[in-house]
Design a binder for this molecule. Sequence first.
Ligand code: ADP
Ligand code: GLC
Length: 473
Amino acid sequence: MRIFHLAAECYPVAKVGGLADVVGALPKYQNQAGHQAAVVLPYYNRKFVQESEFDVVFEASNLLGTKRYEFEIWKERTNKLGFELFLIYIPGLLDREEVYSYPDEREQFIAFQLAFLDWINWSQQKPDLIHCHDHHVGLIPFLMKHSALYRKRLSGVPAVFTIHNGQYHGAFGYDKFDYLPEVDMNYAGLLDWAGAINPLASAVKCCHKYTAVSPSYLHELELQSNGLEYLFWLEKSKGLGIINGIDTEVWNPEGDPMIAAPIDADAPDAGKLANKKALCERFGLSPELPIISFIGRLVTEKGADLLPEAIQHSLDKHAGKVNFVMLGAGDKETEAALEALKEKYPDNYKTFIGYNEALAHLIYAGSDFLLMPSRVEPCGLNQLYALRYGTLPMVRRTGGLIDTVVDFGDEGGYGICFNRSVAADIEHAVDRAIELYENQPHLQLLRKRMMALDFSWNQSANQYINLYQSLNI
Ligand code: ADP
Ligand code: GLC
């Protein structure tokens, strides 16, 4: 099966969050299973691209409204990521460093989608399936079926759409309608939600099947999706929840070059301690105390705004008995509040504001606990990395966190779960973590239990293939 994955992010080319990890791994596992999966991304002027070699395999020009632009399709020469990687290069539009947040983001992603469709419309080999990830590529299912330019050749190609984050829709006003090629106006309503062009809604309406990145999140979309609840209820017969896997080659505690010492899943304690010491040395913390960490985007979805208050209360209550390490970037107010705590608790609290992939690996490896007080968490990969590195996840029961973490008080459990995204629930989880840390034999047993879990892609990659095959390809 020839599959094209389209997205804004892909690790290690360009990563902002978990979307990149999934798009950088799933196609690799599909190829290992004998399929031909490729990834198509916008061109980013970043390290991976600068250090790789490409061939230009297609060039043409296209219209964005009344403006003509030239584009090129670049193919990475060696398939070193385990799949074919194509970049769409558009001088002046798709040739930048950052992934998001440019004022002309709509133009960037529309031009990206149109260039892709033009390319496959003209290329000899038609794909068997197009798999779009998140709203940045959400117009593709509609355009394949209902635009005069592409309908003839592409309307029969199935499109699958995966929702990694249903909070963002990429909606824009009808003033940009003429950026799209000529469409069959009888179907223009398929672009619309609440009076705007809504790429996420349009993708859900026009795709053959959509998936959410966990079964619980699929259900939550009907209850909380920033205004699309009714649509998800209407379309639910097309929806399927498939939990993300993790790339066990990149996230391998026994051979990860970014951590201080290997961690053996059968006898993890020595490896954990070596990594904890390295982490403590880096931050100037005592390895005797439990370390509770947070890694992630500092946004309200992640409950990051709750951290300063909860940590402050916990550090006052358990003075000198617990350490916290924070890694993240995002809302400036939260960044400042997290930074401000450093002065108050210099011995027990450390923050790194920014993005640092290697430090994230060391924190997963060297911490005792990883805190995720998310308000919304479609899947969550952090808890899966934590489990694989023998770090006990402390999670709010939501989305994928419900599907992947069982409280250690329940049969076979290995995590700490709490119900509400509020400071009081986080503080209670911290109390439980400190108590558990004092019972080392119990913690060691849980550590072995979590490291024996299998969240590799094997199973989930198969679920996607079964889904594709159900579309009669
Ligand atoms: P989301 O995609 O919503 O941000 P996920 O849990 O799916 O959440 O994935 C987050 C990914 O981004 C993980 O690989 C995590 O380690 C990484 N990450 C997030 N923030 C940082 C940071 N500041 N530095 C390094 N890695 C980070
Ligand atoms: C999104 C979600 C996160 C999920 C990731 C990968 O960014 O916020 O929960 O793990 O996508 O699917």
